[in-house]
Design a protein around this ligand. Structure first.
Ligand code: ADP
Ligand code: MG
Length: 345
């Protein structure tokens, strides 16, 4: 008989922030953004900050991200860049510049595993605005179409100039921030709440989360890491419970938004070095980081790199990551980077 599963508990190494508030209550708001849902919760014992004010602040932060970085909103700064003529130079607004800077850094460091200029390939495989992989009659692209798109995904061709916030459109390069913008939005909302005098908060955009301070009673915000569904005959994995106390978490997985045809699975993350959706057997990668932008972007980068290279790069950069691999025998196995193990001890 299998022995009962031990659950894993991850806690940050340092406590920080304000003391718990006596008599506090948890308040919450939620809504929709970026094709997904958002949720904020805050713990306070006074009504000095009304829910209306919180909602307006959250909405302003989310709207800014969408207006600048959405590939789905015609006229967003990102959309205008994507449609611009070849050989044009663009001044990127502040928030978008922050994200582009981080994205290009991670693209360099990961050898293009994370690629903010992968839009042409993402669209080709049906994961962009259109055509959608869910459209009736959608067919995967031909090798020739993939070759053409591969010529339009070089992030270095953007000649990103951080000092002057300038990016170059060489022609046909499509930015796609879907693997990093949700995390950035979480950071902005979290900072906004803190600036409003709310230090005890949990922010969630589409499953990317950031927590600060404590709940009433002095407990941190506990969340369970998302994990792949366990199929018949698979041994279940332990639940990993994290104290999001000055900490963010993001998970990339191959079991959501996946195109399945003739038994083949095409997840919505593309390896822009090969031009094809991932097929490296990774079921999910979760990353913990102080900033949600980095948790989000690293989880995608490590997913593309695969377990071996991913663990090596994450370890070299002190990144706390949990890899779940689908093994050849069908079982799921976990690998923790050293920084992740430290949180579990
Ligand atoms: P989720 O949206 O489920 O959190 P990710 O954060 O991994 O998942 O983001 C996946 C999205 O990022 C895709 O839908 C696509 O728009 C874009 N994308 C796909 N491949 C890459 C890549 N190699 N680098 C950066 N972005 C990518
Ligand atoms: Mg991501």
């Amino acid at each position: 008989m299998d022995r009962p599963l031990m659950n894993r508990v991850l806690v940050p190494l340092a406590l920080n922030g304000a003391a718990p508030v006596l008599g506090a209550q948890v308040h919450g708001l939620d809504g929709q953004t970026m094709g997904t849902t958002w949720q904020v919760r805050w713990s306070t014992n006074h009504a000095a900050v009304s829910a209306e004010r919180v909602k307006a602040g959250v909405q302003e932060e989310l709207d800014r991200v969408v207006e600048q970085m959405s590939a789905w909103l015609p006229g967003s700064d990102l959309d205008r860049f994507n449609r611009a003529s070849a050989g044009t130079q663009h001044t990127v607004p502040e928030a978008m510049a922050e994200v582009l800077q981080a994205a290009c850094w991670l693209a360099d460091v990961s050898g293009g595993a994370f690629n903010p200029a992968a839009g042409a390939l993402v669209n080709l495989w049906g994961f962009g605005p259109s055509p959608r992989y869910t459209d009736p009659g959608f067919a995967p692209p031909t090798d020739e179409a993939v070759r053409h798109a591969l010529a339009r995904v070089d992030w270095r061709a953007l000649r990103w100039d951080a000092a002057n916030s300038q990016a170059h459109q060489p022609g046909g390069v499509l930015l796609d921030f879907s693997a990093i913008a949700k995390g950035y939005a979480v950071d902005r909302v979290s900072q906004r709440l803190s600036a409003m005098g709310l230090p005890h908060t949990l922010v969630d955009v589409g499953g990317e989360l950031r927590g600060h301070g404590l709940r009433p009673g002095g407990q941190p915000w506990w969340v369970d890491l998302e994990s792949p569904p366990v199929a018949q005959g698979q041994r279940p994995l332990p639940t990993t419970r994290v104290a999001l106390h000055g900490l963010s978490v993001a998970t990339s997985g191959d079991y959501r938004r996946v195109f399945v045809r003739d038994g083949a699975r095409w997840p919505h993350t593309i390896d822009s070095r090969t031009g094809r959706p991932l097929a490296n057997g990774l079921a999910s990668v979760s990353v913990l980081h102080a900033e949600c932008l980095w948790a989000d972007a690293w989880s995608t980068a490590l997913t593309v790199l695969g377990r071996e290279e991913g663990v090596a790069l994450a370890s070299a950069h002190g990144i706390a990551a949990l890899f779940v691999q689908r093994e050849r025998d069908g079982q799921l196995t976990e690998t923790l980077t050293p920084a992740m193990q430290e949180l579990a001890e």
